[in-house]
Write a protein that binds this ligand. Sequence first.
Ligand SMILES: [Zn+2]
Length: 396
Amino acid sequence: MISNRTWNQFKIKNGNKTLVLDTIRNHSPISRADVAKKTGLNKGTVSSQVSELLDEELIYEKGPGKSSGGRRPVMLLFNQKAGYSIGIDIGVNYILGLLTDLEGNIVGETFTGFKNLSYQSITKKIFHVVDELMAACPLSKYHIVGIGIGVPGAVNKHGQVLYAPNLGWQNIDLKPLMEKRYDCPVVIENEANAGAYGEKRFGPNVNENDLVYVSVGVGIGVGFILNGELYRGTGGFSGEMGHTSIEVNGQKCRCGNRGCWELYASEQALIKKADENADPETLEIMLKKAESGDKEAIETFHNIGKYLGAGVANIINSFNPKQVIIGNRLAAAKRWLENPMLEQTKNSALWFQQEELEISFSALNTHSAALGMAAFSFENFLKTSLQQETPYIEHQ
Ligand SMILES: [Zn+2]
């Protein structure tokens, strides 16, 4: 048994190591002396933590850096290729999988569409996507450090999917299934939360502390970065704004409610308009029609934009964010959605809410959620690998 004293020393030691690694990650290339300066740790402590990190291959050394007089120091760099992470975004009609290094640089990508599949059939598709990305993973010390899966539904803090109405999922235990099959840590999270985190980490607004990400696919989910942190709510269920009623006597939604926002402002509105039995290509077909000047298609997008703006105004009035980012599949229709959406938002949101507000479409090209999931996964690895006395188990 570890005595309290030993435990506290162990915690401090690993806290220092996290601090040293984070400093190298954020300031690469950096000398040992500058790590000591930035962290306030003494040179001996920095030196011993650095040699452990070098042994673990999480950092590497590179020839002499700039000298401020005297001998030029050896520089330390974060080894982002020490391992790789898989980020999956499960949509209502697609699966997007990304393979990234430990900095979120994309090194592999796979996309597959589907319609109306059972949970079993979707899991088979997920296995296929993960198998493909694993096969594409470059040789590295830690190989795949984890898999992150974003789901369009309510996910509790244990990673259980309680409810994803547009997929027909209820109480789904995807995490243990994946962990058993792939023998590595798996994180499951709501896809809009993942998208918000992806925007915060990799988007053009990395320094933004109050950011709202509106994921518009077949449904609508909303992810919040508030005070610089991802806001999940008490049970992890924040952001189900697609199911807020905007028409009390409106259409019936799959969630059981009537007149939900997402029925009027997402791909569902398109699908309904086009054909009761529309296939997953509906958005693509409508985009082509609009591009060729089809008035009805353009009108449909304008109408969706207007409803989108009404809901965005509700978010702005509730949260007073600095930045609202529209992402996911419907962002492809920006050309026709943007003006009606902005006009509606301007009319509906309170004027003083709009002074510092910026509303934009995602610059991450529908990759926000998958990138966010990949980041959750490799950040977990970087944290947990430092909390263990022995280096992280290798999966070669
Ligand atoms: Zn609903």
